[in-house]
Design a protein around this ligand. Structure first.
Ligand SMILES: Nc1ncnc2c1ncn2[C@@H]1O[C@H](COP(=O)(O)OP(=O)(O)OP(=O)(O)O)[C@@H](O)[C@H]1O
Ligand SMILES: [Mg+2]
Length: 261
């Protein structure tokens, strides 16, 4: 278990990835983390905020336990809902135990609770815990679940960068717009929002390009359909091991260089 002293080690940059289901959020989050690792922008905290966790697979990390499982343990005992400082510290401790430690980064997987209990109060503790935890890292990369709920529930807290990921489809683009609108409506503290169009073979269809313009989305980069990603997926190789020359890696590296410049 890594000993964390909750001292800020410098400015932490929080980056999150959201968008429609199956557009490549997890894959691109892994490539973003890959970029940060190669640039030596360490340590990094990876957060798998998708209850159907698979960020670990993309990063080549075996996930032993999740936040959901820890909370289930606490919620089994109804009394534990009346939590005080001691219980909160205990939850903090239990959460620090489930942090998967890798070279240059740690992974925290949210998972999901199985019980019918109310997770509202513990969720607040988790949010506080992640905020405290984040200050121990140079960068935080959050892989969100598909859809809007994590935005409406404000589970990411404040963010420096939100990447909205879409495939080259009208539905994907419009989902990104809805996410952007919701962020504005709720007044979330997100400094920059960028659009990434993923899995583009050849060129972006002109209708998609027009829709992006019409909706005033902040297009940062177009990521090509990459046979190496498909090959890695089929062979069960983590996306972190993709070669520097892979078309998707080249484009994510370019995107990140722009974001961090
Ligand atoms: N640029 C790409 N080229 C080829 N295949 C890709 C690319 N990006 C993602 N994929 C593939 O698309 C599929 C979906 O990707 P991924 O799991 O990253 O999407 P997701 O948005 O995280 O999905 P979910 O909403 O289920 O969490 C995976 O099989 C992945 O390997
Ligand atoms: Mg995913």
């Amino acid at each position: 278990m890594r000993l964390l002293d909750y001292k800020t080690i410098g400015l932490t940059m929080k980056i999150a990835v959201s968008g429609k289901g199956g557009t490549g959020k997890t894959t691109l989050a892994a490539l973003i983390l890959r970029y940060l690792l190669r640039k030596n922008y360490k340590p990094i905290l990876a957060v798998d905020a998708d209850p159907n966790s698979n960020f670990g697979d993309a990063l080549g990390v075996k996930v032993q336990s999740t936040v959901g499982k820890v909370l289930d343990g606490f919620l089994k005992d109804k009394e534990s809902l009346a939590m005080g400082v001691v219980k909160e510290s205990l939850i903090d401790y239990k959460l620090s135990e489930i942090l998967a430690e890798e070279k240059g980064f740690d992974l925290l997987s949210m998972g999901q609770g199985e019980g019918p209990g109310c997770y509202c109060y513990p969720n607040t503790i988790i949010r506080n815990y992640i905020e405290k935890l984040a200050s121990n890292y140079k960068h935080v990369v959050i892989d969100n679940e598909a859809g809007m709920e994590h935005i409406s529930r404000r589970t990411n807290g404040s963010l420096d960068v939100l990447f909205l990921v879409s495939d080259p489809s009208m539905k994907g683009i419009r989902t990104c717009k809805k996410l952007e609108d919701l962020v504005a409506e709720l007044g979330l503290n997100i400094k920059k929002t960028y659009l990434l169009i993923n899995r583009v073979s050849n060129e972006t269809p002109p209708q998609i390009a027009e829709e992006i313009k019409r909706l005033s989305l902040n297009l940062l980069e177009i990521i090509p359909e990459d046979g190496n990603i498909i090959d890695h997926e089929l062979r069960g190789i983590p996306m972190l091991s993709l070669e520097e020359s892979s078309p998707s890696v080249i484009k994510i590296n370019e995107a990140m260089a722009k974001v961090l410049s």
